[in-house]
Design a protein around this ligand. Structure first.
Ligand code: TLP
Length: 339
């Protein structure tokens, strides 16, 4: 089986398992787990923020951030294909009671002009804008990097209107490794950031939210309300520490494999996609003469697992647990199926 469904499928390394086994533990709801505290300090430093909070998942991290930044009845500006809008089961509406204001980006990039246009005037008829969300890399756009300059322009608009920016940086290390832009430069354009340990960094579970100290204190309360206060959480935080220490540079291998795959698939005229759109570890293709479901099934019959994105695209995500020979086999199977 070659599992290209996601980088979330990656298994922890031996070093992570050992660190988990040996982790020093305490009750994190009392703030007494030394391993969680160490991970939070490391993460805050790496993100260039005052403080950080360990949460069970990327979704909870994003939702805690939305809850902390907003009031019910306000409006959140986000990209129309962003994870917070598209893949979190309307959680922002259900829990925070906010109205999403989805705006169409180009390759996941929101223009500052469009964002400024969408910010509401003070008028009794209109929900006040409370938050702007960005995503980098952008998942549904195909793991695309939102360029630093674009983030800076949106940040300037946010500052002008006194609005916070939350970055869904589930894969912010992919953006940094692939572009050479330091993570802190990206996060300097945001109020808060969420990133995941459980994607390309290959830890089994967990995410971080980082931001100003008072924001993190409020976020801690929201995490508790949502049932995300974990006890001896150092057992999973230990893997996060190993992820930050050993797994960031390795993301370049995933990017090289995605590039190799994209260049080969681009030569197949039965697939419609632009290999230039592949910036990091996600390759999204569109079959021309076959339904996506059919393509997904044919690949699966031959042991290659992908994500079928209805109605017309198939996603392949390179990750630690697939190597170059798996990618070569995938290319051969595509040739076999497409004829
Ligand atoms: N993305 C998953 C699926 O939910 C689609 C994947 O396989 O790519 N932000 C971004 C940008 C994400 O891609 C994801 C997960 C999350 C947040 C949520 O993280 P988790 O799964 O930890 O809740």
């Amino acid at each position: 089986m070659i599992d290209l469904r996601s980088d979330t499928v990656t298994l922890p390394t031996e070093e992570m398992r050992k660190a988990m086994f040996e982790a020093e533990l305490g009750d994190d709801v009392y703030g007494e787990d030394p391993t969680v505290n160490r991970l939070q300090e490391m993460a805050a430093e790496m993100m260039g923020k005052d403080a950080a909070l360990f949460v069970p998942s990327g979704t909870m991290g994003n939702q805690v951030a939305v809850l902390t930044h907003t009031e019910p009845g306000s409006e959140v500006i986000l990209e129309a294909d962003s994870h917070i809008y598209y893949y979190e089961s309307a959680a922002a509406s259900v829990f925070a009671g906010v109205q999403p204001r989805p705006l169409a980006g180009k390759r996941g990039v929101l223009s500052a002009e469009l964002v400024e246009w969408a910010i509401r005037q003070d008028d009794i008829h209109l929900p006040p804008t409370s938050l702007i969300c960005l995503e980098n890399t952008h998942n549904r756009a195909g793991g695309t990097i939102v360029p630093l300059e674009d983030m800076q322009k949106v940040y300037a608009v946010a500052c002008k209107h006194n609005l916070p920016i939350h970055l869904d940086g589930a894969r912010i290390f992919n953006a940094s490794v692939a572009s050479g832009v330091p993570v802190k430069d990206f996060t300097a354009c945001t109020t808060s950031v969420q990133f995941c340990f459980s994607k390309g960094l290959s830890a089994p579970v967990g995410s971080i939210i980082a931001g100003p100290r008072d924001f993190i204190e409020q976020a801690r309360r929201w995490r508790k309300r949502l049932g995300g206060g974990m006890r001896q959480a150092g057992i999973i935080a230990a893997a996060g520490i190993v992820a930050l220490e050993t797994m960031i540079d390795r993301l370049a291998d995933d990017h090289a494999n995605a590039r190799f795959l994209a260049d080969a698939l681009a030569l197949m005229k039965e697939l419609d996609f632009n290999p230039e759109d592949v910036d990091t570890n996600i390759v999204i293709v569109k079959p021309v003469n076959m339904s996506v479901r059919q393509l997904g099934n044919e690949l699966e019959k031959r042991g290659i697992f992908t994500v079928v994105m209805e109605p017309d695209r198939v996603r392949l995500t390179t990750n630690k647990d697939v190597d170059r020979s798996d990618i070569e086999k995938t290319i051969t199977v595509f040739r076999e199926i497409l004829g």
